[in-house]
Design a protein. Structure first.
Length: 70
């Protein structure tokens, strides 16, 4: 699974990085690491707009958004 570490970055950077990763995703899953609720929500929204499914897990103040193409 490809991983993008967008921790410490503010929007729109995590969304831009996630969209680039989704464009390169031919199958499988993409994990995007973020450390703000706003970035988590925006990455999830961008993934759904691209027709992808998302799963989120949280640990402390960090979030892992798993994106998979339908």
């Amino acid at each position: 699974m490809k991983q993008i570490d967008a921790r410490g970055l503010s929007c729109p950077q995590p969304v831009i990085m996630a969209r680039k990763g989704m464009a390169e995703l031919s199958g499988g899953k993409l994990e995007v690491l973020v450390d703000s609720v706003t970035s988590r929500d925006n990455v999830m929204r961008a993934a759904r707009l691209e027709g992808c499914e998302t799963e989120v897990s949280a640990k402390d103040d960090e979030f892992s958004v798993i994106i998979s193409k339908k």
